[in-house]
Design a protein around this ligand. Sequence first.
Ligand code: FE2
Length: 325
Amino acid sequence: MVVLGIESSAHTFGVGVVDNGRVLSNEKEMYKIGTTGMIPAKAAEFHVKNAPEVIARAMERANVGPKDITGVGYTRGPGIGPCLQVGELSAKSVADELGVKIVPVHHGVCHIEIVRALSGLKNPIVLYVSGGNSQILKRMEKPKPHYHILGETFDIGVGNMLDSFAREIKLDPAWGSSVEKTALGGDFIDLPYTVKGMDFSFTGLQTRATELAKEGKSNRDLCYSMQEVAYAMLCEATERALLLTKSTELCVAGGVAQSTKLKNMLVEVAKEHGAKFGYAGNEYNADNGAMIAFVAEMMLKKGVHSRIEDCDIEQKYRTDQMVLP
Ligand code: FE2
């Protein structure tokens, strides 16, 4: 079964092709945020301009033609409205033109499912960390199969916190990866640490680090300390989830899972509790179309798809709202 997946929830327009769980191609174009951050209308314009070429390139790299495609998946949410709409409309026109089935999927569930499949884990505790989301989840079967949220951020996602701070101190590009580079060799400064059970909060940490930056504290020390504190908070809450559920598997997924530092800290948590640790290559932690195609194919194999006229987007689509294949 050959399935095309379209991702457009934020700055990336990604298209992937999957055949029976095997990724044949994973192409993308990224709207460059520079030091200004995301401007939704500009990002959507970028996606409109790039969509036809990225779709064509993904099919060419996968060596498939229109007649080979069985279905098309797209990100229903969560994400930025104008960006999501471009993916939705692109998927609708592909489905209509080729006469194939269409499957709306949840962006975060796709990040998780591809990591789970590639790492061979069955039902891990999942730390899902991205720009807009930071959650600890576990698959539950009732009332319908879904990812149950054990804990999550009270306010902003850890990725947004790092990106906003990068903007504040004028790193270019204003990403968490620039914070990780700047942090090398830094010294620790005490910053607010907020964990309540399996939930956590990042705004106090962000506010204090920003204040200290304005007071002239070194960017290197602040980047280092912000990462140390934020990732320690995530690790504490994740460790609690492992202990409470007695799970023997742990994985990390989402944009912030690209951080080597976070992965190293989670390896230690897993080791401490005798749990297997799973993660995927950065091409699947960054936003990408292959993970969308991957889950859309899983859904199609279970006979789940939507009518084109019923397809929509949901900016605030929660991870626990998608019924799993
Ligand atoms: Fe993502």
